[in-house]
Design a binder for this molecule. Structure first.
Ligand code: NAP
Length: 269
């Protein structure tokens, strides 16, 4: 018997097979989820996302630019049409919702934070933080009670990480949004949590200047002396998706080998 037997999930943010979203989708499937649907930017769908979806028996693949409210609504219209249920509205048809996407202009992930433009700031906040609110608002009409929503964040939300800049501010907003959404939706049986992952080699990460050096140094100082994989993150996602975490909401859960507990990260001589 799988931990997620019979559950239905929708995952936003697969770019390729290195994406954290893909690691999570695959693990949900491996732990028994009955269906895992996908939403990603249109350009990625046919070449990248559809074949990955097919590999776990899914053909629910919908385009969405999360900056566009109509796109977000269309994804949930499509989901509801696929799972009308007894009410015909799709109510209660979604058990797990994963938000694993972010974006900032490359020039804002280099140099000094003080140089961030108004437009660059707004863009990073819109795609990386507000999108969680927009997606959850639309998802309410199909989310089951109980159900689990999760998003992905990073330590740069709390402490200054060189070059993470505006994305750190956006992640702080994402973590705060997680708590406010959890408070709003708890009485409807919807839990909302964030996973704070250590550095993982992905497309998005390669846009952060200096990521390679940071990634290399991480395993020398993190208490568990290891880099973080998409499978590591996915394990915690499965727990958050399952009934084992039924009294956990509004939390930021670290999957970072203990890095965040260090006051002064130091390589032992
Ligand atoms: P990824 O594979 O590049 O995934 C990021 C996804 O976000 C991509 O599919 C990207 O599409 C999508 N996206 C960007 N703008 C979008 C928009 N307007 N509408 C819809 N989707 C959009 O990178 P990842 O590292 O797995 O990132 C997943 C999440 O984990 C992000 O929230 C990231 O901040 C977080 N995270 C990553 C790390 C790490 O070290 N990798 C650590 C902690 C947290 P495009 O490719 O077209 O831009």
């Amino acid at each position: 018997m799988g931990l997620l037997d019979g559950k239905r999930a929708l995952v936003f943010g697969v770019a390729n097979d290195h994406s954290i979203a893909w690691g999570i989708a695959k693990a949900l499937h491996d732990h028994g989820a009955a269906e895992v649907g996908f939403s990603s930017v249109e350009m990625l769908l046919e070449k990248r996302v559809r074949p990955l979806a097919a590999s776990i028996g899914s053909d629910f693949v919908e385009p969405c630019d999360v900056r566009v409210d109509a796109d977000v609504a269309r994804v949930f219209d499509a989901w509801a049409a696929r799972h009308p249920g007894e009410s015909g509205t799709g109510a209660g048809s979604l058990d797990i919702l994963v938000h694993a996407l972010a974006f900032a202009n490359r020039e804002d992930l280099d140099g000094k934070f003080v140089e961030t433009s108004r437009d660059g700031f707004a863009l990073a906040m819109d795609v990386s933080a507000y999108s969680l609110v927009a997606i959850v608002r639309e998802a309410r009409r199909v989310l089951a009670s109980p159900s689990s929503v999760m998003c992905l964040t990073y330590y740069g939300a709390e402490k200054v990480v060189q070059h993470y800049n505006v994305m750190g501010v956006a992640k702080a907003a994402l973590e705060a949004s997680t708590r406010y959404l959890a408070a709003d939706l708890g009485s409807s049986g919807v839990r909302v949590n964030a996973i704070s992952a250590g550095p993982v080699r992905t497309l998005a990460a390669s846009g952060v200047s200096g990521f390679k050096q940071m990634y290399g140094a991480f395993r020398d100082v993190a208490p568990l002396r290891s880099n973080i994989t998409i499978e590591d993150v996915a394990g915690t996602a499965v727990w958050l998706a399952s009934d084992l975490s039924r009294q956990v909401t509004g939390e930021t859960v670290y999957v970072d080998g203990g890095f965040n507990i260090l006051g002064v990260p130091t390589v032992e001589g």
